[in-house]
Design a protein around this ligand. Structure first.
Ligand SMILES: Nc1ncnc2c1ncn2[C@@H]1O[C@H](COP(=O)(O)OP(=O)(O)OP(=O)(O)O)[C@@H](O)[C@H]1O
Ligand SMILES: [Mg+2]
Length: 166
């Protein structure tokens, strides 16, 4: 992906959420460049995001969108350029970052409830509490009644919502 084009075709500023313009920057990307061997995946991209902004990165397949997100989450190490998120460099496991992958990574041998509670299990949350919290999260994404189903019993959209809960 090369440096981002003007935000709108006529150059008008993008609409932002109320208050976003005056909000502090939460994500700052400067001159981000990523190479995978011969492939220049991201070419000097700069982007500043303020609190409350809702931003979509749009571009042709293979232009570097996922690579940028992988850099923001720390899954791919920084090569060239600078990224700060709430003043810190990206790192894996940042509790301020939630990342929804295009393909879910549900564990097929665990029920929807056990998938939704997996992260809490890893963090050592008490079993009763994590079951209650996972059940609440599943209900909030319309999966009440599917807690005991396994991923193979869920539609793709249901799987994505289950992954969102985890
Ligand atoms: N781990 C990797 N190793 C080698 N090349 C990679 C790797 N990840 C991405 N690439 C390459 O970097 C470029 C950008 O890939 P990326 O996945 O960021 O594109 P994308 O914009 O998300 O595409 P899509 O819209 O298809 O999801 C592609 O040419 C891809 O082949
Ligand atoms: Mg992608």
């Amino acid at each position: 992906m090369s440096a981002l084009p003007k935000p709108t075709p006529n150059g008008a500023p993008l609409p932002v959420c109320p208050g976003a313009a005056s909000a502090p920057l939460t994500i700052s990307i400067q001159d981000l460049t990523v190479r995978f061997g011969e492939v220049l995946a991201v070419d000097r991209v700069s982007l500043d995001l303020a609190e409350g902004e809702f931003v979509s990165i749009v571009g042709p397949s293979g232009c570097g969108k996922t690579t940028i997100l992988n850099l923001l989450t720390g899954l791919v190490p920084l090569q060239d350029g600078r990224i700060t998120m709430l003043g810190k460099a990206p790192f894996v496991g940042n509790p301020d970052v939630a990342y929804m992958l295009a393909r879910d990574c549900l564990l097929p041998w665990r029920s929807a409830l056990d998938n939704a509670s997996y992260g809490m299990e890893v963090r050592g949350v008490d079993a009763r509490e994590r079951r209650a919290r996972a059940a609440d999260l599943l209900a909030r994404v319309g999966l009440k009644g599917f807690q005991d189903k396994y991923p193979k019993h869920l539609s793709q959209g249901m799987r994505q919502r289950c992954a969102l809960s985890s």
